[in-house]
Design a protein around this ligand. Structure first.
Ligand code: FPP
Length: 235
């Protein structure tokens, strides 16, 4: 089996990593961005085509204002200061999520990142920002219902493939492997539709400590899996 085409990551454990060092949570997120940059670079080097990361969920707004603010600042910083480097590395950015309800400044930053990287095709980096899997499915259902009302489809023409065209991930193949760091064993509303047949890899390693060696371990584990998609091995 070859390497996965599409890897998705729940980058969990930044807060605990900072706490272990008696540092503010912000520091953990800052180190988390460094970790992300390492993995982005590695994906380009080893030929992973799509990387989707969970940067900010629809539920993360419930965190203390100070932490939300610091996460927003980090996003802004990364998408402005590091954009040239991402472009030089052939990275194309796409934001997955409800960008219409974030501040105009954040909307502009997201739009600029997508626009300035639009000619790249070495690595597609999807950043789930203000993202929730259920919200995405409801959003798609509404858009599809509206398309039916306008006569673009009949109800009977709605298939899984048609539905997938209304998700934020339109045009991308489903993730082959979903990695979750930080020791929790749950999906946390991430890629609920797209992850239907993904292989999961869980590690206790906190995200800022997740290095290339760990990443390669996850890929090696994926390569040992037998993917049957509901079928059986010998028919
Ligand atoms: C989970 O750790 C992590 C997040 C909610 C944010 C992850 C975001 C980044 C690494 C920055 C993303 C930036 C860009 C530019 C994409 P946690 O805070 O829940 O950790 P804990 O479980 O230890 O408290």
């Amino acid at each position: 089996m070859t390497i996965p085409n599409h890897i998705a990551i729940i980058m969990d454990g930044n807060g605990r990593w900072a706490k272990e060092r008696r540092m503010p949570r912000y520091y953990g997120h800052q180190e988390g961005v460094k970790s992300l940059k390492r993995i982005v670079k590695c994906c380009g080097d080893i030929g992973i085509k799509v990387l989707t990361v969970y940067a900010f969920s629809t539920e993360n707004w419930k965190r203390p204002v100070r932490e939300v603010k610091s996460l927003m600042q980090l996003m802004e910083q990364t998408f402005s200061d590091d954009l040239d480097e991402l472009i030089a590395n052939g990275v194309r950015i796409k934001i997955l999520g409800d960008v219409t309800s974030v501040s105009p400044r954040q909307q502009r930053i997201c739009q600029t990142a997508e626009e300035r990287t639009r000619h790249n095709d070495r690595l597609f980096l999807n950043v789930a920002f203000n993202y929730g899997g259920r919200m995405e499915i409801v959003h798609a259902a509404r858009a599809l219902a509206s398309a039916v009302r306008q006569g673009q489809f009949t109800v009977d023409e709605i298939t899984e493939d048609v539905f997938a065209q209304y998700l934020f991930t339109k045009g991308f193949a489903d993730p082959d492997l979903i990695i979750r760091t930080g020791g929790e064993l749950r999906a946390s509303n991430f890629l609920l539709w797209q992850g239907a047949y993904a292989e999961w890899y869980f590690t206790d390693t906190l995200w800022p400590d997740f290095d290339i060696e760990e990443f390669e371990k996850a890929i090696a584990s994926f390569r040992q899996r037998e993917r049957r998609y509901g079928s059986i091995k010998d028919k």
